[in-house]
Design a protein around this ligand. Structure first.
Ligand code: ZN
Ligand code: ZN
Length: 166
């Protein structure tokens, strides 16, 4: 429950940084997912699509339990296993990935078009927010080139105290 509160609390940051991007990519993500489902030999399912849409709409960092609670509001009959399996499909289709805030909770976020952002995580209250900045991308590219390294995945997590806790 506490996690859902932190989602609401950080909504402002998300609205500032990701809303346009989200509207732009949502339909594209649905298409990618449907193709992936077909490749896997699975049938289209309305519930699965609803789970995907809900995941994309939460905009950030949900645990499987958070997602399950959100799904249950619309589909009370859906079990945790269905939500979890769909989440796994979302991850293996490349549309989502795990984020690690060092607190032992596995959270997930949507991925497409959002590669270069930093996570700021408060070590006292656990709140977090995201910042998108082209400089992160540029610096990553520069450093990789200098080191003859081909980056595949990028992560930037900054731990400290939020405004309210410092
Ligand atoms: Zn804090
Ligand atoms: Zn994020």
């Amino acid at each position: 429950m506490q996690r859902i509160d932190s989602i609401t609390r950080n909504k402002l940051f998300d609205d500032l940084f990701t809303v346009d991007n989200r509207i732009y990519t949502m339909e594209k993500e649905i298409l990618i997912f449907e193709e992936y489902i077909q490749e896997k030999g699975l049938k289209h399912s309305q519930k699965r699509e609803y789970i995907l849409r809900t995941f994309l709409n939460t905009k950030k960092h949900v645990s499987a339990e958070d997602l399950f609670h959100l799904i249950r509001q619309e589909y009370p009959e859906v079990g945790f296993t269905t939500v979890y399996r769909t989440l796994k499909l979302i991850l293996s289709s490349g549309l989502g990935e795990m984020v690690d805030f060092d607190d032992g909770v596995r959270r997930y976020e949507r991925k497409l078009g959002r590669e270069y952002h930093a996570h700021f995580i408060c070590t006292k209250c656990g709140s977090n927010f995201e910042v998108f900045d082209e400089n992160i991308k540029n610096l990553s590219a520069q450093l990789s080139q200098k080191s003859n390294f081909t980056p595949q995945k990028h992560r930037l997590e900054i731990f400290g105290l939020c405004n309210e806790c410092s």
